[in-house]
Design a binder for this molecule. Structure first.
Ligand SMILES: [Zn+2]
Length: 291
């Protein structure tokens, strides 16, 4: 747990994303939830001992940001309207509760008893939604919740001016490998510009250490490198399958190692990035009026 603003904290050492919270004069506002059930339950009990949790805001639909929501059953979850629509699909993207429980027997025995526990619902999707933006005033704090599609379609940033902070979810990966497996890269670059325009000192990324706006240029460069790399293959007329047979210098596009203890997925991620960007670049080139 690290203090990142006068009343803001983030957890960068858990398996999963960087769940965070702001302590207001009227209780807590959380940004994303701890991925592992035991971490989520421990967090909630520590917080509720001190003050109520008013809201839980999700930045994106990936499982490492939303699967802990279930362990905050009485808390109102806030999310972009598309996130509400796709919540269940993403939650079960990696299997049923039964399959999850089996996996935890190996990877996280302390969490096994909490999977499907009768005190908790199977899921806790957003019930308070917005399309473009939403402002919540809680105690003396303002939460400007803004749709910034890029890494995912419902991607959301939470700007807290009193703290000089923006929580971006995975539109920023600080010095760990960037996941572009379903992104719209052009929207992502626009989102980075929007983040850069905010008056903030600190960015809380979805993964990796807190950083400053100085890192946004590098983050944008990684997105641009990947687009350029795949675009050269598309221009040569290669299909996604052809591209995957070519040598791809991953570290020339993105110099950082994969984070989140997901080393075993490193090659699969390259495969997913190639397929996503190939399809999007090709579609863009085939649009009427495209050069
Ligand atoms: Zn993500």
């Amino acid at each position: 747990m690290r203090r990142v603003g006068p009343n803001s904290f983030t957890e960068i050492y858990f398996a999963g994303c960087n769940p965070s919270f702001v302590e207001t004069t009227d209780g807590y506002v959380m940004i994303d939830s701890p991925q592992q059930p035991i971490d989520a339950v421990r967090w909630r009990e520590r917080m509720e001992e001190k003050a109520p949790i008013r809201y839980l805001i999700n930045t994106e639909p990936h499982g490492d940001h939303i699967s802990g929501n279930a362990y905050f059953p009485k808390v109102t979850v806030v999310g972009q309207v598309k996130l509400q629509e796709c919540f269940e699909r993403y939650l079960y993207a990696f299997g049923t509760l039964e399959e999850k429980r089996e996996r935890f027997k190996e990877s996280d025995p302390d969490s096994v008893w909490l999977v499907g526990h009768p005190d908790y619902p199977a899921s806790n999707p957003p019930t308070l939604t917005f399309t473009d933006d939403l402002t919540l005033n809680v105690g003396n704090h303002t939460f400007n919740i803004v749709h910034m599609p890029g890494h995912t379609a419902p991607q959301t940033s939470i700007h807290v001016p009193e703290e000089g902070i923006v929580f971006t979810g995975d539109n920023v990966f600080y010095k760990c490998r960037t996941w572009l497996q379903e992104c719209d890269p052009w929207e992502w670059l626009a989102a980075l510009k929007s983040i850069d325009a905010l008056d903030v000192e600190t960015i809380i990324p979805g993964h990796g250490d807190p950083c400053t706006k100085a890192y946004l240029k590098e983050q944008g460069q990684i997105v641009e490198n990947w687009v350029g790399c795949i675009e050269r293959f598309v221009d040569r007329g290669l299909t996604a399958e052809d591209v995957l047979k070519e040598p791809i210098e991953v570290t020339e596009q993105d110099p950082y190692p994969i984070g989140q203890r997901l080393f075993m997925h490193n090659e699969r991620l390259t495969d997913m990035i190639v397929r996503n960007l190939h399809q999007r670049i090709l579609a863009k080139k085939q649009q009427p009026g495209a050069a």
